[in-house]
Design a protein around this ligand. Structure first.
Ligand code: URA
Length: 183
């Protein structure tokens, strides 16, 4: 049977490849239409995402939805997922090994099936996971980067923008730029 986003999601829900599965309630494969042109990659499921098995449904999800609406994008038209699919205990940052394993097993396959025109990396963990190196967001936010035939738009994580008004302004400007890039 050929792999689909749906069959991948089923496998992700059963994944026990790294220790994060032990403390999760539900894995969060991601959601969105299979023909989505835009893919958003966050960090890891939070408490609410872990409870519902859906990405960005907590406070930062509401914020992301509003940011999308501000540039005329309906959240239902984009695919949203995380760099890892299971909620790390106490909301800790996913470890390098967890990021690498989850990318190789799941994220890379989701990207190959979806073939998005543009991948929006939300925050430094998503950047580290997808681009394979740590970058200072102050220097790279708002940029489009090409790697191995894929195009990435780099910006902040919604939770940072919610916490710091200065970051919020930068992220809002990045999203305006994102809109221009998409047009
Ligand atoms: N933060 C993330 O990075 N992903 C989610 O799904 C929720 C919060």
């Amino acid at each position: 049977m050929p792999e689909t986003l749906f069959s991948l999601a089923e496998q992700i829900r059963r994944c026990t490849a790294c220790p994060l599965w032990k403390q999760r309630t539900l894995a969060v494969p991601g959601e969105g239409p299979k023909n989505a042109k835009l893919l958003f990659i966050g960090e890891a499921p939070g408490v609410e995402e872990d409870r519902q098995g859906l990405p960005f449904v907590g406070r930062s999800g509401k914020f992301l939805t509003e940011m999308l609406n501000q540039i005329g994008i309906d959240r239902k038209t984009v695919f949203i997922t995380g760099s890892v699919k299971c909620h790390p205990p106490k909301n800790r940052v996913p470890k390098t090994k967890e990021l690498a394993m989850c990318k190789e097993l799941w994220l890379d396959k989701q990207v190959s099936l979806l073939k998005p025109k543009l991948i929006v990396l939300l925050g430094s963990v998503a950047i580290q996971s997808s681009l394979g190196e740590k970058k200072d967001l102050a220097n790279v936010h708002g940029l489009v980067v090409e790697k191995e035939g894929l195009h990435y738009f780099l910006t902040y994580h919604p939770s940072a923008a919610m916490r710091f008004p200065a970051v919020r302004k930068l992220m809002e400007d990045d999203f305006k730029k994102l809109k221009r890039v998409l047009n």
